[in-house]
Write a protein that binds this ligand. Structure first.
Ligand code: F6P
Length: 368
């Protein structure tokens, strides 16, 4: 059997660990030939395919490395038109691929699902620092990004405290707040703002003023997800990329919030957009293990002929679901999520004045 492997969409720590695990498992368990496709679907879209054999040696020594040895693209769209689709079909034929393991986010999964129409069988492996893939409670890359953002919040705190400033730190995460929420909790942010809860600027001003009046800690740390917006406001869009499976790129809401806040506060307000440092660097041990489990399971799906499936983690167990179920859907932070309720109960401001929708009220005891 000849199996292609590609990485699509934005990179994230742990991709190489998956490539290594899937390749080694396919070679060892199935005596397969594995081909690494260059730059995501782009490697299948040109006049000639771009791919190279992946032997045991080529995937050794890459477990700890960030990025992807195969390269990736988050604008390549093999479903763009019938001519592109036909070219992909010719390239798959020329490479003699029986199937392809596609490592990517929800956009990549929907492209993989769409390739069924030319008879290309895929197995999906979910990756993203956003942790927003449906039916998968943890994607690899997320733990590393949380660690990076937490470290940044920690570093910002000492300078905030010296200058008695309000410091806004913006995380990535697209339209889901998982990264901002976990980094905000781990980094002891006073205010956490998520895409799922439109913020009320008055509630934020109130909390910052309370902190200004404090004797011991006259500074405020705000952690905001890039997809957050004010109540009645609009998303902060950094860039629009036409013809891309992910046409809207977010970023810069920290600066918008700074402008909204500064006129109401005595303290100086500063904004830091963390950006791509969250995607780079070596994966944490947790992500190395999760990525290896995902890659190993993907190989089992290939060898078991269970195609058009995506590997998942549910209840701590590795499993799989139909790719169609996750294509183009995102997993967001539910308004009554335990971490949100906990954050509020320990005094974190979530940018709203009223109660969390559907959540326990302060003082209401949890049934133990
Ligand atoms: O989906 C991963 C992610 O890093 C998002 O958090 C971010 O919004 C987006 O990718 C950035 O994409 P690009 O690499 O196109 O700027």
């Amino acid at each position: 059997m000849r199996v292609g492997v590609l990485t699509g969409g934005g990179d994230c720590p742990g991709l190489n660990a998956v490539i290594r695990a899937v390749t080694k498992s396919l070679i060892q368990l199935g005596r397969c030939e594995v081909l690494g496709i260059a730059d995501g679907f782009e490697g299948l879209m040109g006049k000639a395919p771009r791919a190279r054999p992946l032997a045991w040696d080529q995937v050794s020594g890459i477990l700890h490395m960030g990025g992807t040895i195969l390269g990736t693209s988050n604008s390549a769209n093999p479903l763009r038109d019938t001519a592109t689709l036909a070219q992909v079909q010719r390239n798959v034929g020329a490479l003699g691929l029986d199937m392809v393991v596609v490592i990517g986010g929800d956009g990549t999964m929907s492209l993989a699902h769409g390739l069924k129409q030319i008879g290309l069988a895929c197995v999906g492996v979910p990756k993203t620092i956003d942790n927003d893939i449906a039916l998968c409670e943890r994607s690899f890359g997320f733990d590393t990004a949380v660690a990076t953002a937490t470290e940044a919040l920690h570093r910002v705190e000492s300078t905030a405290s010296s200058h008695h400033r309000v410091m806004i730190v913006e995380t990535m995460g697209r339209h889901a707040g998982w990264l901002a929420l976990e980094a905000g909790i781990a980094g002891a942010a006073d205010i956490i703002l998520l895409p799922e809860i439109d913020y009320d600027i008055d509630a934020i001003v109130r909390r910052c003023r309370e902190r200004e009046r404090e004797r011991r800690q006259r500074y405020t740390i705000i952690c905001i997800g890039e997809g957050a917006k004010a109540r009645g406001g609009t998303l902060t869009v950094r860039e629009r990329v036409e013809d891309s499976p992910d046409p809207v790129r977010l970023g810069g809401v920290a600066h918008v919030l700074r402008q909204q806040l500064q006129p109401h506060l005595k303290s100086e307000v500063r904004a830091t957009v963390l950006g791509y440092v969250q995607r780079g660097g070596d994966p944490t041990p947790f992500d190395r293990v999760l990525a290896t489990r995902f890659g190993h399971h993907a190989a089992q799906l290939v060898l078991g002929g269970r195609l058009d499936r995506m590997v998942t983690l549910q209840g701590g167990r590795i499993d799989s679901v139909d790719i169609a179920q996750v294509a183009n859907t995102q997993r967001k932070v539910p308004p009554d999520h335990e971490l949100l309720v906990m954050a509020r109960d320990i005094g974190v401001c979530l940018g709203i004045s009223g109660a969390l929708h559907g959540a326990r009220q302060p003082g209401q005891r949890v049934a133990l």
